[in-house]
Design a protein around this ligand. Structure first.
Ligand SMILES: Nc1ncnc2c1ncn2[C@@H]1O[C@H](COP(=O)(O)OP(=O)(O)OP(=O)(O)O)[C@@H](O)[C@H]1O
Ligand SMILES: [Mg+2]
Length: 445
């Protein structure tokens, strides 16, 4: 950490990918010791802005500047799991964070650092950041973490492609955003009403003239009427219609129920390199809501793979019940990552059906034809959820589903799961999400 730390500045930055403008004239100053939370819906451009600040990509217009040439900037990318998956998601994150924290950077740019961390890891991260003398820009959808970590919120919006700043943590931001939206709505309503009133007056006046009332007086020419009212209308403040955020409506209806026993493991041992899990005995029944809990590296994902039959048992038996249609959202969203497009991923469905469904998950006409690897992680998570709803699965297997999802999507998933009557097996480190899920069974590893 240099003693004369300066500021990191984005000045009027614009960035597009192909025809899509992701950031339009965005400015941000990160002074020494700043604690900034960067928030916004999936695909709004949070990671893009962080990559620009880190100097990993160049803006199309505008500039990224360091006020002191020695300013050292550290960066943690959103996706940290290597494809070999030699370590668990949480272990990867912890190692990457430890490396970036150790290096005494003046500015830390962290993209969703809490994803995959267990409770101890999260507490460690919060302590480390509080003690960090440099400044911090952190992207996160974790409401409690933001409340404890940041003092300023920068919101990116997908409509204007710009930023709005707020003082405080997540809770203050949410309350203030609500107040601003309210005020904006009221101003817009009254400007619309005022316009209507003037137009109605003008219409009546024109009608009055047409019928020849007021004869004997000097007749007003219709041109004059237009001019007078035109001036009146110009005096009314033009308030743009408030943008109504798009709302995800997620419904998870199982196609048909399965038998009473969904899956059973007996004396099961699973191995993964030198890691060994078991012997385990467990049974999941129809309609159970199972939470699998345990610290990073304890084998939660490995257990899911064994339950799904994706990983062979070293010993013991696995029995899958009749009529079980499992549907999985993998921790790395592997089903929606790669060179294929979203329409390729949904090739089992009619194209129109697929497009309509994906649109409900915020994935529009431009998104469905792009390689899935170029979608943001949140967009890929939404696509993964869309696939589960399309298949009408009756046993949901969700590995850290809230990772990468924006707050609106997390809350919608909470609502959808609350009324889902199929079987759910869930791994999550999101405390609020786990509470809302209300597990009927918990497996501690
Ligand atoms: N290489 C690329 N080619 C085309 N489009 C891209 C590329 N990288 C990102 N995008 C698009 O740019 C937009 C912004 O992406 P970005 O990753 O910055 O969003 P984000 O706010 O970080 O989203 P999330 O909450 O999902 O992490 C998204 O619509 C994304 O699909
Ligand atoms: Mg991102």
């Amino acid at each position: 950490m240099s003693r004369l730390a300066g500021s990191l500045v984005a000045a009027g930055v614009t960035k597009s990918y192909g025809a899509e403008v992701v950031l339009a004239d965005v400015s941000l100053v990160v002074p020494p010791r700043a604690r900034i939370g960067l928030v916004g819906p999936n695909g709004a451009g949070k990671s893009t802005l962080l990559r620009l600040l880190a100097g990993l990509e160049e803006p199309d217009a505008g500039r990224i500047r360091r006020t002191s040439p020695s300013l050292a900037v550290g960066y943690l990318a959103q996706e940290r799991n290597d494809a070999e998956s030699a370590r668990s998601g949480g272990q990867e994150t912890r190692d990457a964070l430890a490396a970036v924290l150790r290096s005494e950077f003046d500015v830390l740019l962290l993209d969703e650092p809490t994803n995959d961390l267990d409770f101890a890891g999260l507490a460690w991260l919060e302590r480390s950041l509080a003690a960090h003398p440099g400044s911090l820009v952190v992207v996160s959808h974790d409401r409690a973490f933001l409340d404890r970590t940041v003092t300023r919120i920068v919101e990116l919006d997908e409509w204007m492609r710009g930023t709005t700043e707020y003082t405080g943590g997540w809770s203050e931001f949410e309350a203030e955003r609500e107040r601003r939206r309210d005020r904006h709505y009221r101003r817009w309503e009254s400007s619309v009403a005022e316009r209507r009133r003037i137009e109605e007056q003008q219409r009546r006046m024109a009608e009055w003239e047409r019928r020849g009332y007021g004869q004997g007086r000097k007749k007003k020419k219709s041109k004059d009427v237009k001019r007078t009212f035109g001036a009146k209308l110009r005096q009314v403040e033009t308030v743009e219609k408030p943008y109504e955020p798009w709302e995800l409506q997620l419904s998870l209806a199982p196609a048909a129920r399965s038998g009473e026993t969904v899956v059973r493991l007996e004396d099961a041992v699973v191995e993964r390199g030198s890691f060994r899990l078991g012997p385990l005995d467990l049974a999941v029944g129809w309609g159970d809501r199972v939470a699998i809990a345990g610290p990073n590296g304890s084998g939660k994902t490995t257990l899911l793979e064994a339950l799904l039959g994706r990983r062979a048992l070293a010993s013991g038996t696995r029995w899958l019940g009749p009529g079980v249609v499992p549907g999985e959202l993998e921790q790395d969203r592997a089903a929606v990552t790669g060179p294929q497009t979203l329409l390729d991923v949904f090739r089992d469905f009619e194209e129109g059906t697929a497009r309509t469904l994906l649109a409900k998950f915020g994935l529009g006409a431009d998104d469905v034809l792009r390689p899935t690897a170029s979608l943001s992680p949140g967009e890929r998570t939404r696509a993964g959820l869309a696939l589960l709803t399309a298949r009408g699965v009756n046993c949901l297997v969700l590995d850290e589903p809230t990772n990468h999802l924006d707050v609106e999507a997390i809350e919608e998933l909470e609502r959808a799961l609350a009324v889902y009557d199929g079987t759910v097996i869930l791994v999550t480190h999101d405390r609020r999400f786990l509470e809302a899920f209300a597990p009927s069974h918990t497996i501690e590893l």
